[in-house]
Design a protein around this ligand. Structure first.
Ligand SMILES: Cc1cc2nc3c(=O)[nH]c(=O)nc-3n(C[C@H](O)[C@H](O)[C@H](O)COP(=O)(O)O)c2cc1C
Length: 264
């Protein structure tokens, strides 16, 4: 089955998931959403998969924009993997509705639990727990590949009912505020002006003034800038100087910079 996997990522969990899935499927192309929108899906492709992190109990803005213009045939097998830190909530239900409006069916949708990269609420947790999550994710990706390979249609995975109700309401409240949430970023004295933050930002939200980053208020809150800064010089609020940074251990900076250099 010819498959195209489109991923969005801040710290590599979703890219790693997409790569593993592609390997298990055998013949899948892996493409970044930062370089293309959903209108460029190859005509006649048999299956399209979206792999992305859950942000504030829903899909990130970029993923919604991608799905809103997804130009696949109605008979294309569409599936999604929502990579999260334990609260997938109604993310995949939201995506299913968006695709439905485009006359597409989200035939299957899976949650994968990985270490959290949401640093304002703390670091990713003990290394042993991180390893446990990644090992469990690896196994689940194998099972997902088998289901996708068989083109199974099944209800999308979601959190418990009461949680979805509350968390989806919070998602609706927070969503319009996300672009300006970058007001919380600042650099401290460790910044050496290396520019990694600007390079890894998937939405070109970082300008450069006096050799320091300046956030432009069209942030997608992927947190790539703070997590990939080699000096740990970017902070968000007051607590992050004491929190460990997180990147997926098998994803390198060059995996993201290669993708993002090619943007223009
Ligand atoms: C802004 C933001 C919001 C997040 N919200 C959620 C959430 O609602 N539920 C959850 O389980 N994880 C949440 N997370 C954690 C990420 O979904 C998780 O760490 C994911 O694996 C990151 O994937 P990536 O490395 O591909 O960016 C959030 C992370 C960020 C940066």
């Amino acid at each position: 089955m010819k498959t195209e996997l489109y991923y969005y990522t801040g710290t590599g969990n979703s890219l790693w998931t997409a790569r593993l899935l592609a390997q298990a499927l055998g013949s899948a192309a892996v493409r970044p959403m930062s370089r293309t929108d959903g209108s460029t899906v190859t005509a006649g492709i048999e299956a399209v998969g979206l792999v992305f992190p859950v942000h504030i109990w829903g899909p990130p803005r970029r993923v919604i924009a991608f799905a809103n213009v997804l130009n696949a045939d109605p008979e294309t097998y569409c599936f999604a993997v929502a990579v999260n830190a334990g609260q997938v909530a109604a993310t995949l239900v939201q995506l299913k509705k968006i695709l439905h409006a485009r006359n597409l069916t989200l035939a299957s949708g899976f949650g994968i639990v990985m270490p959290s990269n949401y640093i304002p609420w703390g670091g990713p947790g003990p290394e042993e727990e991180q390893r446990r999550r990644i090992a469990a994710a690896r196994e689940k990706i194998g099972r997902i590949a088998a289901r996708v390979g068989n083109r199974e249609s099944r209800p999308v995975e979601r959190g418990p009912f009461w949680q979805n109700l509350v968390l989806t309401a919070l998602n609706r409240l927070a969503f319009p505020r996300v672009p300006a949430m970058d007001k919380g970023f600042r650099v401290d004295e460790k910044c050496n002006g290396c520019g990694v933050c600007k390079t890894v930002c998937p939405c070109g939200n970082i300008a450069w003034e006096a050799e320091r980053p300046v956030w432009q208020h069209r942030c997608e809150q992927c947190l790539a800038c703070i997590q990939w800064c080699p000096q740990e010089a970017i902070q968000y609020g007051r607590k992050t100087p004491g929190y460990a940074r997180y990147r997926h251990p098998e994803i390198r900076l060059r995996d993201l910079t290669r993708e993002r250099d090619l943007q223009g």
